[in-house]
Design a protein around this ligand. Structure first.
Ligand code: NAD
Length: 349
């Protein structure tokens, strides 16, 4: 398996492979950049097709965390870890403790948290081997409401930029995926007077937003072509692609999902079509801001105040995008690089 020549290798500071024969642990920790502080990013437990796929995932995800933390104004670098295997079959408290020992060997350069396939309980097991873990049951708790708050503010910023008012009354918003984040986003939008269109593969989740917020339900594939003001992807990645862009009637894409653009060029296509895109890692940083502030004197009001800055950051990105005729996704990347590299990257010149 090649690392330095892997397509997604981006000068990562460290890529650490961890193994524990006794528990069956196989993990990779990637630390992309620590210019701003220790690398914080979750542990993903996933049954990868092969080790190369796991490496690709951890290289991409860790880089994304560097950009997300930088734009959110956090003194953190970017890192991520993956544990390879079927969590339902191999995950045990001892395996998580063994994983904690690998993290401990990095002396605080990497701090972990929850991600797909890991839970608050797992963080507690990891904590038995290392202090470098966030999101413990005694900590800041579920990040989703904060992610939803940031996303809601991001929707408002996009509406402000487009309509010169951020009043959401009677605006129609299509929310794709009404799980943890999507549910709270619907709540905020409903309270602001917006009309909701929703889809989800989970009927119970849908029933909840219908009962509580009067959402109109549409079929999964119909969500893209809705006659709405905002499309808010809150389920999967890569939902902005050639097929879906052709269907979009909205003028705004602003949602919480990670990796919304199937390829970087889709940011450009959105711009060409006059659709304003709120870059995913900027709008969905509320959860990271919450976890980053998980200290002994955790203060929800401080976290909320910092999350509110997402509104201004996005307005700045939208304005710069217009002024320089570059996609918002590119402007966000430049903004992050200016911060964590300490100078404007050559590509931004
Ligand atoms: P979740 O699993 O609670 O919710 C996702 C929802 O999407 C579920 O209800 C699921 O049934 C639904 N879904 C799955 N496939 C679908 C499909 N094809 N069409 C429509 N709905 C579908 O996850 P979450 O924590 O709410 O996160 C949602 C998104 O936001 C993810 O992309 C996640 O990576 C991103 N995100 C979450 C946080 C956070 O704090 N939870 C932070 C940053 C980014």
């Amino acid at each position: 398996m090649s690392v330095f020549t892997a397509p997604d290798f981006d000068g990562h500071e460290n890529v650490v492979f961890g193994c524990d024969e006794l528990t069956g642990l196989k993990c990779i920790i990637a630390i992309h950049n620590t210019n701003l502080g220790p690398a914080l990013g979750g542990s993903r437990f996933w049954n990868y097709e092969n080790e190369q796929a796991a490496l690709t995932d951890v290289l991409r995800l860790s880089k994304g965390m560097t950009y997300k933390a930088a734009v959110a104004g956090l003194e953190l670098g970017g890192g991520k870890s993956v544990i390879i295997g079927d969590a339902k079959k191999i995950k045990t408290p001892d395996l998580m403790r063994a994983f904690g020992r690998v993290i401990e060997s990095l002396n605080g350069k990497y701090i972990t948290a929850e991600d797909v396939g890991t839970t608050v309980q797992d963080m507690d097991y990891i904590r038995e081997s290392t202090a470098h873990v966030r999101g413990k049951s005694s900590g800041s708790g579920n990040p989703s409401p904060l992610t939803a708050l940031g996303t809601f503010l991001g929707v408002k910023a996009a509406v402000q930029h487009t309509h010169k008012t951020d009043d959401l009354k009677d605006m129609r918003v299509a929310v794709q995926g009404v799980g943890n984040v999507g549910y709270y986003l619907c709540k905020y939008l409903h309270e602001a007077g917006a009309k909701l269109v929703a889809c989800d593969i989970n009927q119970d989740s849908l029933n909840r937003v219908v009962a509580e917020f009067g959402a109109e339900v549409v079929a999964l594939d119909d969500i893209y072509g809705q006659d709405v003001d905002v499309y808010a992807p809150c389920a999967l990645g890569s939902t902005i692609n050639d097929t879906t862009i052709a269907q979009l009637k909205t003028k705004i894409v602003a949602g919480a999902a990670n990796n919304q653009l199937a390829e970087a060029r889709h940011g450009e296509i959105l711009m060409e079509k006059g659709i304003l895109y709120a870059p995913d890692y900027v709008i969905n940083a509320g959860g990271l801001i919450n976890v980053a502030h998980e200290t002994d004197d955790y203060d929800l009001e401080v976290v909320k105040a910092k999350t509110h800055k997402i509104y201004d950051t996005l307005l700045e990105i939208f304005q710069r995008s217009e002024a320089r005729n570059l996609p918002t996704s590119v402007i966000a990347d430049h903004m992050a690089e200016e911060i964590f590299k300490g100078h404007v990257s050559a590509a931004a010149e």
